[in-house]
Design a protein around this ligand. Sequence first.
Ligand code: AMP
Length: 368
Amino acid sequence: MTDAKQVKLKPGDTIGILGGGQLGRMLAMAAARLGLRCQVFSPDPDSPAFDVVLNATCAEYADVEALELFANDVDVITYEFENVPSAAAMVLDARRPVLPNRKILETTQDRLAEKDFVTRLGIGTAAYADVTSVPSLREAIARIGLPAVLKTRRFGYDGKGQAIIREGDDIAKVWTSLATKSAILEAFVPYEREISVIAARSATGQVECFDVTENEHRDHILKISRAPARIPDVLAEEARSIAGKIAGALDYVGVLAVEMFVLANGTGPKVLVNEIAPRVHNSGHWTLDGASVSQFEQHIRAIAGWPLGKPVRHGEVVTMTNLIGDEINEYDKWLSVPGATVHIYGKGAPRPGRKMGHVTEVRPTTGK
Ligand code: AMP
């Protein structure tokens, strides 16, 4: 494992990106603007990131030879998704620096390990319990109460691998529906709003957070992000300092997102951490058009060993609207909206729930 502090790329050097989705694509585009090349590794021949790089490796993550050849071609390796198989990360790490450090994946790939880690830092989360069977689920419910959210420990995203349990539900049936042996039960948080902090950390420990973002989901998928979040300054400061603390404790190099709930309770508002994403994040897409430096550029700068930018927001309010599934077919309508910036990911079929593009609007007031 190479010391991240030793990585110092120069223009013309090559970054390897694991994963070929829209995040990889936007990372590669940000790298290109800084004179850096990218090579993308993805098993999917239709990867949208392949379209924007000269060299691509289309192979399975279990293909050791392909991983080795890929590593030989690049100067540093990063990833655009958190479920990188640990065996692949190990093969790569033996050859080139992998940033953020692959050890971080062990914490963030497992909801229980992640919650334990956050709790050890003295940061609040929803009450939670390890669940492995129907009896342990019953015990957890007795302790945590209902309603509660049952989540698979691994591989959950966009609400997949989750079930809300309410008073009167058939517990055994809910457990079977999740089809797992390892889950966590979380207390249902009656949140006032959902926010996220996108933080960048360099190998030298410099941390730069973007303005706190407020997120609205539809059908468990992010639909709209707004920056800055409509929360008091002290709360925004607390949220940013939580993200900085997490990044520091992980000795993180790159961009990470921390999703949080804002709770309006009797003793005043407070924040609870929901999830850490060790990568650039959908709720940070507004930074491409709404800030002096984007989350993608910050990530590239961090893993290249370059100084981070100090992000300055362009407008008073920035919104980012995801174009999901068939909504992409309305792209020409968005092209005519004054002040709107349209991003189309170049994916194939617009399946329901598939993120196909997004639109950013930078506006002087909150009114639409
Ligand atoms: P997650 O996969 O953990 O990010 O959860 C997806 C979404 O489900 C979140 O953005 C929330 O809208 C909702 N959610 C997750 N956990 C909880 C919880 N403990 N209480 C209330 N809502 C939740």
